[in-house]
Design a protein around this ligand. Structure first.
Ligand code: ZN
Ligand code: ZN
Length: 422
């Protein structure tokens, strides 16, 4: 028996669970919950884990759920799924589309959608957990399945750690997580080293002097000041960072003024940066502060600008040895569908958990896009234009083979460590 044989034996049970897997996925998709509000999802997950025989701890870091299954001597493996959805108005037209609205952290009423596919992650991990429990004669060791809140705001993993996650899971040897991506459904992709970027959001407030729109000489116009800053910020990545070093700076929001004939007295710029190492990140953030301060001086701004950092994500850097094992197991199980994951500019807070536990990890991706639609777009050179990506209101993973692949990948990954080689 190899670990691939064990995986095939455990996964033979998937045929009997596929209907339930797909129903659970559609139910989650139709009932998305914002970050830190994943109560319904958490309760459904906890029920399923208890029914499968796991020791379940709920309410870890808010809505986090941890299931532990001890099954003899051997390695201790952690598998993680994130549970939260986004404030996006769904436009997929699916018959299980979300009509949910909720109150966000600032008290605003917003539409809610599983626009990042975390419903795929939850349904797949709950099903993989049940299959591994039912097939426990195929492996030996301990399995920890972790359902995390609030990935989208970057503090769900830290929240679980701050709430005593280490005591709940005990000692663990290795951790894995997966994400559904806008790639052809059916493929499973791994990568050694850097996978996801670190992300930092920054809120910049600059000050002017308000006046009548007809009397600019009496004003210091914060709209013009902010516009200059937005343009000048584009030169950091293009002119200050080496072309071989990936980095992104996006100004996602700019707010100032109330009326066409009133010059306001301040402007707020909200921006986001993505980098792959600390040196580049610090260089980029320092350049932003320098440019904003200098543009404020150039405009004769009456007050120093203010800088506030928020929504911080760590970089995700896969362990080489763990990823080699995983890639070999995926190649064995999935054949040509096991491919290499290109470097991603998105970010994840999963790595906070293995980093705090001091253990290696490997994070992989699964495709979720209709392979035919993807092939048509690729043929026309229009993948970026035509294929909805994560966070798009049109992001709609095809149910199969996406869900099967998500379950299979989790089981194969777990058994890479836990499987009995005889
Ligand atoms: Zn997301
Ligand atoms: Zn996501």
């Amino acid at each position: 028996m190899t670990s691939t044989d064990s995986a095939r034996t455990v996964l033979a049970g998937l045929d009997g669970m596929r209907h339930d897997l797909e129903d659970f996925y559609r139910d989650l998709h139709e009932h998305p919950e914002l970050s830190h509000q994943e109560a319904r999802t958490a309760s459904k997950v906890a029920d399923r884990l208890r029914a499968a025989g796991y020791d379940v701890t709920t309410g870890v870091g808010g809505t986090g759920v941890v299931g532990v299954l001890h099954n003899g001597d051997g390695p201790r493996v952690l598998l993680r799924a994130d549970m939260d959805a986004l404030p996006v108005q769904e436009a997929t037209g699916l018959d299980y589309a979300s009509n949910v609205v909720a109150t966000d952290a600032s008290g605003d009423t917003v539409p809610v959608m599983h626009a990042c596919g975390h419903d795929v992650h939850v349904a797949c991990l709950a099903t993989a957990a049940a299959l591994l429990a039912a097939g426990r004669d195929q492996w030996s060791g301990s399995l920890v399945v972790l359902f995390q809140p609030a990935e989208e705001v970057g503090d769900g993993a830290r929240g679980m750690l701050d709430d005593g996650l280490q005591q709940v899971v005990g000692s663990v040897d290795v951790a894995h997580a997966q994400h559904v991506l806008a790639m052809p459904a059916g493929i499973v992709v791994t990568r050694s080293g850097s996978v996801f970027a670190a992300a930092n959001s920054m809120r910049v407030t600059v000050h002017g002097r308000g006046a009548h729109g007809s009397m600019p000489q009496a004003a210091i116009d914060p709209v013009v000041l902010a516009a200059m800053i937005v343009i000048r910020l584009q030169t950091i990545v293009s002119r200050e960072i080496a072309p071989t070093e990936p980095a992104v700076l996006t100004v996602g929001a700019i707010r100032s003024g109330t009326k066409s004939n009133v010059i306001g007295d301040s402007a707020v710029i909200e921006l986001n940066v993505r980098t792959y190492n600390d040196r580049t990140r610090e260089g980029l953030l320092n350049a932003i502060r320098r440019i904003v301060t200098a543009e404020c001086a150039a405009s004769d701004s009456p007050k120093e600008p203010e800088f506030e950092l928020y929504d911080e994500f760590p970089p995700t850097v896969n362990d080489d040895a763990t990823t080699e094992l995983l890639a070999a197991a995926f190649a064995d199980f999935f054949g040509d569908d096991a491919q290499e994951l290109p470097l991603q500019s998105a970010s994840e807070d999963f790595s906070d958990i293995p980093t705090a536990l001091g253990i290696p990890y490997s994070y992989w991706g699964i495709g979720g896009t209709d392979p035919d639609a993807y092939a048509v777009a690729a043929q026309a050179g229009r993948v970026s234009a035509d294929i909805p990506v994560n966070h798009s209101p049109f992001f709609a993973p095809v149910i199969q083979p996406t869900l099967d692949r998500g379950v299979q990948a989790l089981v194969v990954a777990a058994l890479t460590h836990l499987g009995k080689d005889e």
